[in-house]
Design a protein around this ligand. Sequence first.
Ligand code: NIG
Ligand code: FE
Length: 414
Amino acid sequence: MPMKIRITNIREIVTPVSRDVARGPGMNQLTIYTDSDLVLSNERIDSIIPRNDFIEGIEHTIDAGNSIVLPAFADPHTHLVFGGTREDEFNLRIKGRKYMEIAAMGGGINSTVRETRKASEEQLFENAVKNIRDMIAHGTASFEIKSGYGLETQTELKQLRVIRRLQETQPVDIKATFLGAHEIPPEFSNNKEGYVSLLCKEMLPAVKEQGIAEYCDIFCETGVFDIEESHKILNTAAELGFKLRIHADEITPIGGAELAAELGAVSADHLVYISDTGIKRMVEAGTVFTMLPGTTFFLMSDKYAPARKILESGGILALSTDFNPGSSYTHSMPMVITIACLKMGLTIEEGINAATINGAYSLGLQDITGSIHPGKQADLIFLKAPSYKFLVYNFGVNRIGAVMKKGEFIYQKS
Ligand code: NIG
Ligand code: FE
């Protein structure tokens, strides 16, 4: 017999309308239940029932303390396994240095590569656990995590083993992505072709053989991997059976979105400089538009991805923190939603759909999480606020009182 739990004293239950994906204008809708209780059956959502209805077989009751209940966030783009941090680089950027300029000086991604190569597997694991804990406290209960700070076979595999250990030990869903094509490592600075060949002939097959990444990603950008190189690497990955994700059109418009659509990538991310053709092709292909406005904000740029245009075209828009030590050091999805609202013109409702059901959809987790529908895992946020709008309106403040994953509390504010 499954254990039945009743959650009472809920101010509002707020969920995406759709149980699999929200797109275009539909992203502006949420279903809101008042005067209702939530019934769980073991780790899953059983039903939403009127507050005073009697039902048989309840073994345990949880008092929500008049909280708002929402689905927990699914963050489809993080780089959360890394050594060191880059707060000094942050200070340089404040003084006017550009992100790519710092990268060209040997800082940027390559400085985290040095630290990640030096770090033991245990240190990387412990740091990652701390970061996951902080993200859980901000409402995230499903993650995508990328490698990409090794840029050599052994260290990339070390990062992916850490991700696997996180999958085995942390109380959240995690999807793993191989991002060996994140930057050109210093040993290959005069031989990019050699690194592309290493990626295709050694690294991708090694990752495949170990079965420790579901996705392959690439930083498709001027000065990093151009369209032709990206095509080659992603094609090789697809032939080996990896699903594809792409960092596309983040800093310069080079047609990464078109490439994502052409190769049938699951998601193209950043998209600040996406072309109109890119939008059209991605909508046709059903590729998820993953927006990372926290990165634009943190890089002090005024140019945000054209979210409204994408929504008007019927695109599937997801939001992500892009959590990483260089371009977006935040654990907070609510902060990212606030930036998306203020800087890209999303409504609060669009922001919530993008951070829940569409994040889950982008990770292929839409059948088990991302909304409050019967049969899904009870992955829930308990918000202490007068309405769900305060999640976004009350910016920079963590209003989350508790987070539940599969029917168990994995965070409770002390
Ligand atoms: O998504 N754009 C490339 N990769 C990351 C940044 C990683 C870093 O700076 O360490 C991003 O922004
Ligand atoms: Fe990224």
